[in-house]
Design a protein around this ligand. Structure first.
Ligand code: SPV
Ligand code: MG
Length: 292
């Protein structure tokens, strides 16, 4: 049984709508994603690596990312799209990965066709090696066979454009992954404009809806993505960690400059707001009921 969520990603996509999914790197950022009104939480490998002070190059283990995602699932009701990178190994490892992430409360996984250990996608000149199409088909088939709930989405991500292999190979890979049973295809690009992605989507002849992560090409607004008709999920890939860094930097700089916190309070949320996010009201309620 999949974790019960306030929204159903498969339903949103099946209705031809586009789900907006925002990145999170810990349960608190996941709570803020939910309160902001997004349709889902992106348990991003990049964000979690960054939160650990590490590069997104397969350094964090499956157990660490999984535990973090489980804690997000325990504290929120939105569906979670789990970024499982390459699936943490070969098709055999994928069987276990899917079992674990579904049991921990994910509503979907994104698994990418890069070679393990992977290199983060948006880095200039990154080493981007892909596994063969048959090997990745085996991983997608393993993922599909391991899921228990048919609503659990298996999203196959091709890094063909990121690896500079061109649109023809990207389309070939996407078709092969759909044939292997993927519910959706994530196509990633690091081009500074949406042209490459729009061309891929316009030439996509499969039935699987498309997932995009428009970090590198912010001109791709939600309205523009919806106009393409085939985009089922739009993921904001790293805006929680970037927003957090921006916010913390501003506050820390102000305190250093002022030699104290006298001017900072007006700029940041009060402690009572953190109490609210921590559900201190429930603690107070429980104290009244149970502490004698
Ligand atoms: C992530 O957020 O971990 C992603 C998206 O996979 S990207 O970092 O752009 O590859
Ligand atoms: Mg990732």
């Amino acid at each position: 049984m999949m974790r019960k969520t306030s929204k159903n990603l498969r339903e949103i996509v099946a209705k031809g709508e586009m789900a907006r999914v925002m990145a999170a790197h810990d349960p608190l950022s996941a709570i803020l994603v939910e309160e902001a009104g997004f349709d889902g939480i992106w348990a991003s490998g990049f964000e979690y690596s960054a939160a650990m002070g590490l590069a997104d190059v397969s350094l964090v283990s499956m157990a660490e990312h999984l535990t973090n995602m489980r804690h997000m699932a325990e504290r929120t009701s939105l569906p979670i799209v789990a970024d499982v990178d390459t699936g943490y190994g070969n098709a055999i490892n994928v069987l276990y990965t899917i079992e674990q992430y579904e049991a921990a409360g994910a509503a979907a996984v994104v698994i990418e066709d890069k070679m393990f250990p992977k290199v983060t996608s948006l880095i200039e000149g990154g080493r981007q090696e892909l596994v063969s199409i048959p090997e990745f088909q085996g991983k997608v088939e393993a993922a599909v066979s391991a899921r228990k709930d048919s609503d659990f989405l298996i999203i196959a991500r091709t890094e063909a454009l990121i690896a500079g292999r061109g649109e023809t190979e990207a389309l070939e890979r996407a078709r092969a992954y759909e044939a292997a049973g993927a519910d959706m295809i994530l196509i990633h690009s690091k081009q500074k404009t949406p042209d490459e992605i729009e061309s891929f989507i316009n030439n996509w002849d499969g039935n699987a809806p498309i997932v995009i992560v428009p970090t590198a090409y912010p001109q791709m607004t939600e309205a523009r993505a919806k106009a393409l008709k085939k985009v089922g999920i739009l993921i904001y890939g790293n805006h929680a960690v970037r927003g957090a860094v921006t916010g913390m930097r501003q506050v820390f700089a102000q305190i250093i400059k002022d030699g104290g916190i006298q001017n900072t309070d007006a700029e940041i949320v009060p402690v009572s707001e953190i109490f609210r996010l921590q559900r201190m009201d429930q603690v107070t309620e429980s104290e009244k009921r149970f502490l004698r």
